[in-house]
Design a protein around this ligand. Sequence first.
Ligand code: CO
Length: 212
Amino acid sequence: MELYKQVFENNRKWAEEHLKDDPNFFEELAKGQDPEFLFIGCADSRVPASEVMGLKPGQAFVHRNVANIVVNTDLNAQAVIQYAVEQLGVRHVVVCGHYGCGGVAAAMQSQDLGQLNGWLREVRDVYRLHAAELNAITDDEARYRRLIELNVQEQCINVIKTSWVQKMYLKTGYPTVHGWVYDLHNGRLIDLEIPFEEKLAGIREIYHLEVD
Ligand code: CO
């Protein structure tokens, strides 16, 4: 069967499976969402957010773009973060990169990529911030992997810079921000264990807000 048509057959079975376990599954979900996670990941088709986390519908609010970038002037990402933090009250904000990221690979080359030039400049800025460490890595693959990790770390910092994350955290102790990398070769998630409180303290020296 053509994949396009197969999708509707797949969907029918998927919905039936959920109803078998819980006849009210969809009706309950339709009442509202209370996700514990905001997941910010790459748009890459090989990194399906909820699936790799083993989560059900309703458990993760998801935002994805090329190379999992969080830009201050990106209305889309900023609206997602504010809504997730202030309205949904997510406990965890995760920025998840992945080894083998085409966006990061493109940012390491000097070719003209059209619309992606400006977007991927964010990754080049990450490179510039960490150029001493990255340039000291002689193995190309190892340098690529490290840039993927450092990009996740810097995008976590961009999340922590937002006023809504700072305000909510100081009021409630949530959300905490985490950096993960997904390994396409074995399907495993790696927690980079970015020291959130330490990063927040450093950021508040410069980007702090007064909180009533
Ligand atoms: Co990617």
